[in-house]
Design a protein around this ligand. Structure first.
Ligand code: NCD
Ligand code: ZN
Ligand code: ZN
Length: 429
């Protein structure tokens, strides 16, 4: 017994949709019938999912998320985080190692993979730390972590401060064929600020984070990637300077790829309403000029993919005031609706462009066998309602985190069903 998804609207090209019937048998896509042929599928004995009028995409892929387990289960767990991901339409997510303990040993990788297998409902791919405890002093055992199942190395949450340490990490990663994923931040330029240099920091007389704190690492690491030949992936790009440096590096054939988050494409520092920790994230919201540069970078391919950097924190932690509250906002359950409403519904991007940036391109960048609706492939599928307008209400979130600046935004493009390996893992009630 399989599942027939009937009358799926699948992106053909640009904003053009074709109507298809999709049969899932077991964990794979068994058959795709062009509905235009008039051939009616024989659904006897199968489960039928009616997708009439809805968009059907490959399962969304998010290569930068924080699941918080082990150690910060009050913020999120693998169980709650993967449910939140599924509600956001994501079928594969790659989790960051800044847990407690951090994911810097084989045991912790195993712990995460075991938990994901027993309690998770979407695919979870772990990253391992570059340095032990993310302290920047000593490399982890890259071979052992690879053997245990990590898909790359990162100290996300902090930048690797020493160029020599980063160069050694890159050389080692290159030798075993895994990427380095970098949180770019030079600590000597940050000085305990929470907002970017811009109109907001000036108006309130606040200490500010300059764009160079990010871009200096991007520039440094592009040179080190050139020297070592590693696949170097830049996390959460937020500045005009970083975009420029990545564009330049790509022109020189350096193996660099990059990601950007919805909030850095949609919000600037000028949107921050006041001293509200739901607007505190790392990197911070930059100036409108930086937002524009990120959008242009995404459009011309300088920035390869979109990720959420889903970073849940408890309400109590976020209520400590902007100086003490941790950096980070949740992202899974608003990402697609935000981007669809803001960029596709307004005619600025095609649907194909948005969908590729969240499916086939992340799969391509990280060499994953997902991200396409094709016969014989894993049946990872997301069904999305492009019509119904609904307000963002954190009470609806399946994440434990409610820390979002998008409360009350009226959006379209809400996922309604998420299928992983042929199993419906989430469906709107
Ligand atoms: N992005 C954030 O603001 N916070 C992340 C860390 C990170 O992604 O650097 C977190 O772990 O909370
Ligand atoms: Zn980071
Ligand atoms: Zn992160």
């Amino acid at each position: 017994m399989g599942i027939w998804i009937l009358d799926a609207q699948v992106v053909a090209e640009g904003n053009q949709l074709t109507k298809q019937h999709i049969l899932i048998e077991g964990n794979v896509i068994e058959k795709i019938i062009d509905a235009g042929t008039g051939v009616q599928p024989d659904t006897a004995g199968h489960t039928v999912v009616r997708a009439e009028g809805k968009l059907v995409t490959p399962g969304l892929i998010d290569m930068h998320v924080h699941l918080r387990e082990p150690g910060f289960e009050h913020k999120e767990t693998i169980a709650s985080g993967t449910r939140s991901a599924a509600r956001g339409g994501f079928t594969t997510i790659a989790c960051m190692p800044n847990t407690r303990p951090v994911i810097d040993t084989v045991e912790t990788v195993k712990y995460v993979l075991d938990k994901a297998a027993s309690e998770g409902i979407v695919r979870v791919l772990p990253y391992g730390c570059i340095t032990k405890n993310e302290l920047g002093r000593e490399l982890t055992d890259f071979d052992a972590l690879k053997e245990a199942g990590v898909i790359g190395y990162t100290d996300d949450g902090v930048g690797v401060q020493s160029a020599q340490m980063m160069k050694d990490a890159m050389a080692k990663a290159a030798s075993i064929g895994l990427p380095i994923i970098a949180h770019c931040e030079d600590n000597t330029l940050v000085e305990g600020a929470w907002v970017s240099e811009g109109a907001f920091s000036k108006k309130h007389g606040l200490k500010a984070i300059p764009n160079e704190s990010e871009a200096i690492h991007v520039g440094r690491d592009c040179l080190l990637a050139e020297a070592t030949g590693v696949h170097y992936h830049v996390c959460h790009v937020s500045t005009e300077q970083s975009v420029r440096l990545i564009r330049h590096a790509k022109q020189f054939g350096i193996k660099v790829t990059a990601e950007v988050c919805p909030h850095h494409l949609i919000l600037s520092d000028e949107d921050i309403p006041g001293m509200d920790a739901n607007w505190k994230m790392n990197p911070p919201l930059r100036t409108p000029r930086d937002v524009q540069a990120c959008i242009e970078g995404l459009l011309d391919g300088t920035i390869d993919i979109i990720v959420t950097d889903h970073a849940p924190h408890s309400a109590e932690e976020k209520a400590r005031g902007v100086d003490l509250a941790p950096f980070g906002i949740v992202g899974f359950e608003t990402a697609f609706p935000l981007l669809y409403t803001k960029f596709v519904a307004t005619g600025q991007w095609t649907l194909q462009f948005l969908v590729e940036k969240m499916t086939s391109l992340p799969a391509q960048v990280f060499g994953l066998p997902y991200g396409k609706l094709e016969v014989g492939k894993e049946a990872d599928i997301t069904i999305i309602d492009l019509e119904t307008e609904k307000e963002v209400d954190p009470k609806d979130f399946l994440s434990k985190g409610t820390n979002t600046p998008f409360i009350g935004w009226s959006l379209k493009g809400w996922p309604t069903t998420t299928i992983v390996g042929g199993k419906v893992v989430w469906s709107e009630a």
